[in-house]
Design a protein around this ligand. Structure first.
Ligand SMILES: Nc1ncnc2c1ncn2[C@@H]1O[C@H](COP(=O)(O)OP(=O)(O)OP(=O)(O)O)[C@@H](O)[C@H]1O
Length: 263
């Protein structure tokens, strides 16, 4: 029997008029993956995430989650199956605290959000779960600080906490470190890499230092198509990747680091 992948696309594509934004993509995410999706600006990375989450309907190909074909499912249906995402831009409520933000997200998952009356025990469970999530995301010290007062890196972590409140099996992160100062982005990715191994993660990231430090596999998208996929050391030393992406020295330097890390 063949192994069940967490997520798999076959021949996936979308065209806007005559423009093929994503074409013929075979992408596989294994259970527990820490996989980066890289590529030059406009390569189609966000469009691919939008196809995976159901924001866009493909004009070609299919998507499977585990052994289920999800190509025709809506965003909500995919979310209920355990597919969660974060966005490039901040989507938080600035006046809420992290604790209340996560409590609301958990309540939403449990269908409690519209209920004005709840047993005290159920409330306590929701607060306990929210607190545990904040601990995992290293936000527990800031649980009661309004979101607007948090450093931007912490806000991005909170967005991941909100995605995790849905208890996803697959987490798609669209540039989680976008706009985060360099001294905070390392911690952000440490937390991401340490998330439970039963969550498969695909992340878009432009910072090659973060990509080569924190991914176990890299998919390179160029002009809407997968150019190549592989372990960081393979990708860093692939001349085609060097040619189309970033320039020789930059990628080669990270390849050397990756080779050292995985030797
Ligand atoms: N709804 C749409 N209609 C028309 N063109 C679109 C649409 N969505 C995306 N595109 C085009 O598809 C191409 C890929 O865009 P996308 O945002 O997916 O690239 P990206 O790799 O995520 O880029 P970046 O790294 O800059 O975020 C771009 O040329 C974009 O203009």
């Amino acid at each position: 029997m063949s192994a069940v992948h967490a997520l798999q696309t076959r021949g996936l594509g979308i065209s806007f008029g005559a423009f093929h934004a994503v074409a013929d993509v075979d992408l596989t995410l294994e259970p527990g993956a820490r996989q980066a999706l890289i590529g030059p600006n406009g390569a189609g990375k966000t469009t691919l995430i939008n196809l995976l989450t159901g924001v866009y309907r493909p004009t070609a190909g299919s998507i499977r989650m585990g052994d289920q074909d999800i190509t025709a499912l809506s965003c909500d249906q995919r979310a209920r199956l355990g597919l969660a995402r974060t966005f490039q831009i901040n989507t938080l409520f600035p006046s809420l605290t992290p604790l209340l933000s996560v409590v609301l997200a958990i309540s939403e998952r449990e269908g409690l959000a519209a209920t004005w009356w709840r047993p005290l025990k159920r409330c306590t469970q929701v607060f306990d779960e929210a607190h545990a999530l904040l601990v995992r995301l290293r936000l527990d010290d800031l649980a009661n600080v309004p979101v607007a007062q948090l450093a931007y890196g912490k806000q991005r972590l909170l967005e991941i906490a909100l995605a995790l409140a849905a208890r996803p099996r697959i987490l798609l992160l669209d540039e989680p470190a976008a706009g985060v100062p360099e001294d905070e982005s390392g911690e952000l990715f440490e937390v991401i890499a340490d998330l439970p191994k039963d969550i498969s993660i695909l992340f878009i990231e432009h910072d090659m230092n973060l990509v080569f430090r924190f991914s176990r596999r890299i998919s390179v998208l160029v002009a809407g198509r997968i150019l190549t996929e592989g372990a960081p050391a393979e990708i860093g030393s692939d001349p085609r990747v060097r040619e189309v992406y970033l320039g020789n020295t930059h990628v080669a330097a990270h390849a050397a680091i990756a080779r050292a890390a995985y030797a």
